[in-house]
Design a protein around this ligand. Structure first.
Ligand SMILES: Cc1ncc(COP(=O)(O)O)c(C=O)c1O
Length: 356
C-alpha cells in the first residue's frame, strides 16, 4: 500500500461490533455492512480531514445535488484473506485511478491518492475480522463520491463526500446466465460517459434489463449506440467470445468501462498461450460462428465473479445455446486469477497488494 506520506485520519471506533449478528454462511450480496466507514468531505475548494466512523446513516438536505442531477460515481473492489490471515487487495491502484477518471468526467474533484490508500488501509485494519477466509469469501469494498451541496440549480456541486463502505461477500454465483443482445436500447453513447463508473449508467440499464428478464434473459449485452451492430459489454461485466481457439473482446472506448478484470483476463490468457484479439466484433460474426459451431464460449469478466460463463444468447427473437466445454478457457483463466487473489499461487505480475 502507498505509505510515503503521513495522512492524519480521525478515527472514531464503534463501541460494539455487529459481527456476532451476522450469519456468514448465508449472506445475500451487498446487504450487510461492516462496523466502520471512511468518510471525507470536500468543501471550500479542498478535501477536509478524512475520518473513519462507525457505520451510520447520512444526513443531507433534500435539495442536495446528487438527488437531482446524479453527480455520483463509485468503485467496486475486494479484499481477500489467505490461510495465514493476511489480507490482500487486487490491483487497487486501478480502482483508485478509475474513480478519479469517473469523477473528472462528472465535473467532480479528484481524490488524493494518499487519503484513499491510507483510509482504505486503516478501514480494513479495523474491520479485518469481517473478512472470512476460504476461496470465494471476500470483503466487497465500495468507494463512492456524491454531490452534497444543497440547492436545485443545475450546476456542479461545490461540496462532496467521498465514502468507503465494506460488505462481506460469499462466493458469487450468478446462476445460469443467458443474455439478450441489445438492438434498440443503449447503455451509453459516443461522447458520453459509459467509461465512467457513474450511478446514472446503471439507472439507465435497469428498465431495458427488466424487459430482457421478462423474455428469460438474465442480462443484456449492449451494442454500440450508433448502429447496434457491434458487441460491447454486458450489464456489469466486460465480455469475451471464444471463436475457435481465439478469444475476442472489443477495445475499450468512451462507451465502455475499462474493467480491471478484463485487462487481467487478457494478460493471463496471453501468458497461457491463448491468442486474444482486441478488436470490434459484430453481432453478425457471432451469429455466424454460432451457426457454424465455431462459437465455443462466451463469458463476462468483472470483480463480482471474476468470470461468469454465458450459456446462451438471444437476438431479435432467435436464441442460441452454447456447447459445454471440457477445456474451457473461462475456467482456466478464472483459476489463475483466483489463485493470485487468494495468495495460493505466485503473482508474477505484482497485482496482489498486502494490507498490513
Ligand atoms: C459496466 C461494467 N462493465 C465492466 C465491469 C467490470 O469491471 P471490473 O473488472 O473492474 O470489476 C463492471 C463492474 O465493475 C461494470 O459495471
Amino acid at each position: 500500500m502507498e505509505k510515503d506520506t503521513v495522512v492524519n485520519i480521525k478515527i472514531e471506533k464503534a463501541e460494539t461490533s455487529k459481527i456476532n449478528e451476522v450469519d456468514f454462511s448465508n449472506l445475500s450480496f451487498g446487504s450487510v455492512f461492516t462496523d466502520h466507514m471512511f468518510i471525507c468531505e470536500f468543501k471550500n475548494g479542498s478535501w477536509q480531514t478524512p475520518t473513519i466512523v462507525p457505520y451510520q446513516k447520512l444526513s443531507m438536505d433534500p435539495s442536495a445535488k446528487v438527488f437531482h442531477y446524479g453527480q455520483a460515481v463509485f468503485e467496486g473492489m475486494k479484499a481477500y484473506k489467505d490461510d495465514q490471515d493476511d489480507v490482500w487487495l487486487f490491483r487497487p491502484d486501478e480502482n483508485f485511478h478509475r474513480i478519479n477518471k469517473s469523477s473528472a468526467r462528472l465535473a467532480m474533484p479528484e481524490f488524493p491518492e494518499d487519503y484513499f490508500f491510507e483510509g482504505l488501509h486503516q478501514l480494513l485494519k479495523l474491520d479485518k475480522q469481517w473478512i472470512q477466509k476460504g476461496f470465494g469469501n471476500s470483503l466487497y469494498i465500495r468507494p463512492f463520491v456524491i454531490a452534497t451541496e444543497s440547492g436545485v440549480s443545475a450546476s456542479p456541486s461545490a461540496e462532496y463526500k467521498f465514502i468507503i463502505i465494506c460488505s462481506p461477500a460469499q462466493s458469487y454465483y450468478a446462476g445460469e446466465v443467458r443474455v439478450k443482445i441489445a438492438d434498440h436500447y443503449s447503455r451509453s453513447a459516443s461522447g458520453g460517459f459509459g467509461f465512467a463508473k457513474a450511478a446514472g449508467n446503471y439507472a439507465g440499464q435497469f428498465y431495458p434489463t427488466s424487459l430482457a428478464n421478462k423474455e428469460g434473459f438474465q442480462q443484456v449485452i449492449w451494442t454500440d449506440s450508433n448502429t447496434h451492430e457491434y458487441l460491447e459489454e454486458a450489464g456489469t461485466m466486460n465480455v469475451f467470445f471464444r471463436i475457435g481457439d481465439k478469444l475476442i473482446t472489443c477495445p475499450t472506448s468512451d462507451r465502455i468501462l475499462d474493467g480491471v478484470t478484463r485487462k487481467s483476463v487478457i494478460q493471463v490468457a496471453e501468458d497461457m498461450g491463448i491468442k486474444v484479439d482486441i478488436r470490434p466484433i459484430k453481432v453478425s460474426e457471432l451469429i455466424e460462428a454460432a451457426n457454424n459451431n465455431e462459437l465455443k464460449e462466451i463469458f463476462g469478466s468483472g470483480t463480482a465473479a471474476v468470470i461468469n460463463p454465458i450459456l446462451g444468447f438471444g437476438y431479435q427473437g432467435d436464441k442460441w445455446e452454447l456447447p459445454s466445454m471440457n477445456d474451457s478457457y473461462a475456467t482456466a483463466i478464472k483459476d489463475t486469477i483466483l489463485g493470485i487473489q487468494y495468495n495460493t499461487i505466485e503473482d508474477k505480475y505484482g497485482w496482489r497488494v498486502k494490507v498490513d
